[in-house]
Design a protein around this ligand. Structure first.
Ligand code: FES
Ligand code: FES
Length: 144
């Protein structure tokens, strides 16, 4: 249907024109994460100041879903409080698990990935960048 087509084109746009691709030099947080099922990997670098995500970039290699999701994620969390960013990740996970979720407009394009739940093998692709974010925050609390 039309919504699915819209979502697909949003995903392809993020894949072809990734937002915030690259590496932040001298950021406050670097985290590497891979998807064990395929070997795709992502590196997130962030600059978090007074708990606010001032800047975030992603780098790596992966399928269209994982890269598009990472691009969307960086847009969603820029300027947000880090705990708010983690809460968004929780809502995103719920969406990917087919549970009730609450995704607001200020969270950007991430709802476009809701159709991916039809392809269970791709759910890990879509959540890779959010898992990386969670891992990074949990392992670096003291530096925030
Ligand atoms: Fe990632 Fe198939 S290996 S979706
Ligand atoms: Fe590897 Fe999607 S196939 S992250």
């Amino acid at each position: 249907n039309n919504l699915n087509q819209l979502y697909r084109s949003v995903i392809m746009d993020h894949y072809k024109n990734p937002r915030n691709k690259g590496v932040i030099e001298n950021g406050t947080m670097t985290v590497d994460m891979n998807n064990p099922t395929c070997g795709d990997r992502i590196r997130l670098t962030l600059n978090v100041v007074d708990e606010i995500v001032e800047d975030v970039k992603f780098d790596g290699e992966g399928c269209s879903i994982s890269m598009a999701s990472a691009s969307m994620m960086t847009e969603s969390i820029t300027g947000k409080n880090i705990n708010e960013a983690l809460a968004m990740g929780d809502e995103f996970s719920k969406m990917m698990l087919g549970e009730d979720y609450d995704i607001t407009e200020d969270m950007g394009d991430i709802e476009a990935l809701s159709g991916v739940t039809q392809f269970p093998a791709r759910i890990k692709c879509a959540t890779l960048s959010w898992k990386a974010l969670e891992k990074g925050v949990k392992s670096s609390d003291s530096k925030l």
